[in-house]
Design a protein around this ligand. Sequence first.
Ligand SMILES: [Fe+2]
Length: 495
Amino acid sequence: MLNIVTDAHLRIVVTLRSPTDDSLALHILERPAVTFPRLSLTPCSPLNPTGSPYNMPSLSEFQDGWRVWDLITLGMIPPSLLHSKPIDLRHKPLFYMGHLPTFLNLLMTAYLKERPVEPVRFTSIFERGIDPHVDDPEYCHSHSEVPEKDEDWPALGEVLAYRDRVRERLMRLYEEVKKGERPLTRRLARTLVMVLEHDGFHIETLLYILIQRAGTGMLPPPGFATPPWKHLAAQWDATPAPTTPYATLGPCTLTMGHDDQEPDDLLPEFTNAVAGHDFGWDNESPKRTVSVGQFNISWRPVTNGDFLDFWRGAGKDRVGLPPSWVLDSDSEDSEVSVRALYGSVPMDVARHWPVLTAYDDLVAYAASKGGRIPTEPELRLFLDTYQVGYEEGANMGFRNWHPMPATAGGEKDEGRGSNGGVWEWTSTLFDMHEGFAGTSIFPGYSSDFYDTKHQVVLGASYATIPRLGERCTVRNFYQHNYPYPWVGARVAYDC
Ligand SMILES: [Fe+2]
């Protein structure tokens, strides 16, 4: 049923079940501005003859991403927010509106060895964003020099016209390849994969920046009905807890990553070997084998309700207020609301959603329970075993514009279920591994962050495109004390 809905470009707003007949349900649907197709239906084409979902992206994949990007940038950011900085450690929204076309422009230019789409000065303003150390905001890898005064930035209309010209260049490139005027090489395919997935990551990061202004400037997603919160909360309250406290996994040998080394692209035997190849980022390769001991791991991530008890109790004075929460007043016993893109919702509505906060604070929570945050291999093993995919109902790909309660650990499907639609922290430091070969197309993509500050993060949020959320080799990374991204955690215990 879910896949029929997805294939028809619809989404479920709410499902009402018959109180007397389990087999009866009424699904209330809407046709939103954006839906993402199932990856298993990736069509075979001359550019991607095997229909592999991680191969050369089709133009329609780009257009799906553009649709959601335009919906956010043009439909959710009023002019008053264009030059605002909802998060100090990130740029203003206008920067990101210029950044995505600039990234595409620069990578196409580098590959095609032609002049960039005009104006060239935009490439220096919008080339690279900022990601300073939380502890020392002066420390930042190289990034674009941007105008200091609002009035010195390009006007929105100029940025949008530039965006359109760059997109047109990409569309022409697809035409050139289709007509055989330009060979499809592995390096070209990789360049386009990188641009598409870079767009995907930025869609989500822009949203976690903007949500800080939800209800105070940012507009809710147009064309997506406001969820019937009260009704959903009653359903979520009635959902049974897992049947056991945690899953036990291991010992085992786990294979992580895949073999997709970028330097191979330039070897004669691989130059044109695109068909059937799965592309990824540099930190996903090469394939490696690790041993995982036996451990216990909670079925579901720590919820807002769990963390609220800790924050008010044992964690008082030890952990900060998650920026995904809002205090309703200045008083010490203030009620807490939870940020959503439709505006904050009462804790009673979001109590069962995974909490989104900094790694350090979730480490403190796990320790208070006698546990710890799982390592990357442990979490990978858990997700490979129990996490459902997009086609089985995982909360990713804008199926909803908010987290949901996790469902893993239930009686059905041997405990398999969704984690609720959040990334998850691991205790593994993001670092070099044997055989790592850094990308030359986007130098420093990973290696700039091998700085002992970043933790590996796995999974996918509700705002992650399925291509990134489904590929089990994808690794994301954030600073351990950066509390804004949509990352939660579950607790592991030694056996
Ligand atoms: Fe970027």
